[in-house]
Ligand binder design. Structure first.
Ligand code: NCD
Length: 307
């Protein structure tokens, strides 16, 4: 059964196929409005989310399908002590596809190993977030026309930011990509990502604490929120939370065609004064996420033989 747990579960060709489908959906939404009639998506969210869960729900509704599920662990049988493996087996009897978010790294993988329907990882702890990466890839593709030869800056909480880990994995497969890692010392990209992804794939990268000094070279600036919920103590969070605040002033030396991205929710990392800048792409990114989730649901249901 094909699931999406890690962005590397898809080849570069499969990612392009999803991008092509999403672009087609954007152009011909009516042609897709009945594709999932009678099918059910189960959204199993053991950790709070607004955007990702509602994006999945909107995606399934726009395909003509239905949605069941829960939005917090307290309202599921997990509160009674049920294992993720059992939950996956049970939900397989009710739905055609699962989207799962869980605070524990690896939980969606366990679900996929036990479910008889496709499972989509909608975020597992500080680990991965492959469907955000799908949104990010469509944004980059539509803004830049492709992925080759881009210099991509990641700024903020690179330690706990799962969207960063997944997107770096995805981009490491395209030729000529260069990565600039901008973070406080304490929130640097984990060494397993540097070693197993960037170094292993030969992606040139550099690390800095200073956003403004690298700004002129960036084609993409991926801002992130400091992940409060993954900190061990509040003092550290308070000290680090406003490490980077993007303002129009700081964009003065940026390229005219820079693409500014953010997976959202935004806290303080991007001043609202930047929102009117034509280089701000983060709200488009949200919309693209819905189209990519539609393309993903279609692909996985087809591969499962359900459609
Ligand atoms: C991200 C996440 O959940 O990791 N949000 C999202 O899904 N768009 C980023 C974040 O929470 O900071």
């Amino acid at each position: 059964m094909k699931s999406l747990i890690d962005i590397l579960d898809f080849t570069v060709e499969e990612l392009q196929e999803l991008i092509d489908t999403a672009n087609d959906i954007i152009e011909h939404p009516a042609a897709y409005s009945e594709r999932c009639r009678g099918k059910k998506l189960a959204t199993l969210f053991f950790e709070p989310s607004t955007r990702t869960r509602l994006s999945f729900e909107a995606a399934m509704y726009e395909l003509g399908g239905n949605v069941i599920g829960f939005s917090e662990a307290a309202s599921s049988s997990a509160a009674k002590g049920e294992s993720v493996a059992d939950t996956a087996k049970v939900i397989s009897c009710y739905a055609d596809i699962i989207a799962m978010r869980h605070p524990k790294e690896g939980a969606p993988l366990v679900a996929a190993m036990n479910a008889s329907i496709p499972v989509i990882n909608a975020g597992d702890g500080g680990h991965n977030h492959p469907t955000q990466t799908l949104a990010d890839l469509l944004t980059i593709y539509r803004e830049k026309g492709g992925f080759e030869n881009l210099t991509v800056g990641f700024c903020g909480d690179l330690k706990f930011g799962r969207t960063v880990h997944s997107l770096i994995n995805a981009l490491s497969r395209y030729a000529g990509v260069r990565v600039v890692l901008i973070s406080p010392e304490e929130l640097k990209l984990p060494s397993y990502v540097k070693k197993d992804v960037l170094a292993a794939k030969g992606v040139p990268y550099e690390q800095t604490t200073d956003l403004e000094s690298v700004m002129p070279r960036l084609d993409i600036l991926y801002m992130t929120r400091v992940q409060r919920e993954r900190f061990f103590n509040e003092e550290d969070y308070l000290r680090l939370k406003d490490s980077y605040i993007l303002t129009p002033e700081k964009l003065k030396n940026a390229k005219a065609e820079l693409c500014i991205m953010h997976p959202l929710p935004r806290v303080n990392e991007i001043s609202v004064a930047v929102d009117d800048d034509p280089r701000a792409c983060y709200f488009k990114q949200v919309l693209y996420g819905k189209y990519m989730r539609m393309a993903l649901i279609l692909k996985l249901l087809k591969e499962a033989g359900t459609l």
